[in-house]
Ligand binder design. Structure first.
Ligand code: CP
Length: 305
């Protein structure tokens, strides 16, 4: 494959290859003083970000640098985008300067797909609108496999603002491809139209789902898109769908709690849960570097060392 545009494009073998490659990279680098492989020397990766990011942008930068690629960080803020330059012209400009891969985050769903039609190099979707965030789902799957030991038959509850969540969409497709049993838990107003055709179960009752979950993935409440038509108040949302210490107490003993970040502490997740031993939130961030190294390595065809 040349691009990574959506999790739905990955079959079980593709997804497993990414996870296994990430694990190999992690063990190859473990214990090394210089955490660097020479595999993408001479290649250029552009991070093309039209929306803000902390985790995704920095971990793609680190991933490319650890593979010895040159990295250009492009932020729409401060660029000629403010003068009206289009996505296509921006991408062609970057490619003319020698980019081999463009990692793109954009507010418009489908922007990475358009980009892939215009450029000769690889395109990686780093989050497009409310559509998909495939590398987030890959790092989440990697973290579940690491902590739970498997993906097949693992019961995953994805909780909260599914309507606006590209993380939820990518996880639904990837985790079901990998054999997990996904349940979406949300108020009806925060579930997308068409969820009935997704490979998931749906519940409005978090307390009923928690005791039957091996993994609870809390979603960020996207307050910037929220209004009273979605939910009466933040307090009411938190009471019905927030994960606090009491609710964490009804989880099975080995269950883990995930969150893609950034978190609204005290809203969808209490601080005592985010900072607990069950939380994989910091592991997810660390695993993001290995998984993104694997994605860049596989797309750009780096030769094994
Ligand atoms: N999880 C995630 O995509 O975080 P950022 O927006 O900080 O990249």
């Amino acid at each position: 494959k040349r691009h990574l545009l959506e999790a739905g494009d990955l079959d079980r073998a593709d997804a497993t290859l990414v996870l296994d490659t990430a694990a190999q990279i992690e063990s190859a680098l473990a214990g090394r003083e210089v955490k660097k492989l020479p595999t993408l020397r001479g290649r250029t990766v552009v991070n093309l970000f039209y929306e803000d990011s902390t985790r995704t942008r920095i971990s793609f930068e680190l991933a490319a640098k650890r593979l010895s690629a040159d990295v250009i960080n492009f932020s729409a803020k401060g660029s000629s985008v403010s003068k009206g330059e289009s996505l296509k012209d921006t991408a062609l400009t970057l490619e003319a300067m020698g980019s081999d891969a463009i990692v793109v985050r954009h507010g418009a769903s489908g922007a990475p797909h358009r980009l892939a039609q215009w450029v000769a190099g690889s395109v990686v979707n780093a989050g497009d609108g409310t559509h998909e965030h495939p590398t987030q789902a890959l790092l989440d799957a990697y973290t579940i496999r690491q902590r739970v030991g498997r993906l097949d038959g693992v019961r995953v509850a994805i909780v909260g603002d599914v309507l606006h969540s590209r993380v939820a969409r990518s996880n639904v497709w990837l985790l079901s491809t990998l054999g997990a049993e996904v349940t979406l838990v949300a108020p009806p107003t925060l579930l997308p139209v068409g969820v009935g055709s997704w490979p998931v179960q749906v519940s409005y009752d978090l307390d009923a789902v928690l005791p039957k979950s091996d993994v609870v993935m809390m979603l960020r409440v996207q307050a910037e898109r929220m209004n009273a038509s979605f939910f009466p108040s933040a307090r009411e949302y938190s009471r019905r769908y927030g994960l606090d210490g009491r609710r964490m107490g009804v989880l099975p003993d080995d269950a883990i709690v995930m969150h893609p970040g950034p978190m609204n502490r005290g809203m969808e997740i209490a601080a005592e849960v985010a900072d607990s031993a069950r939380s994989t939130i910091v592991d997810q961030v660390g695993n993001g570097v290995s998984v993104r190294m694997a994605v860049l390595y596989l797309l750009l065809g780096g030769a094994p060392e």
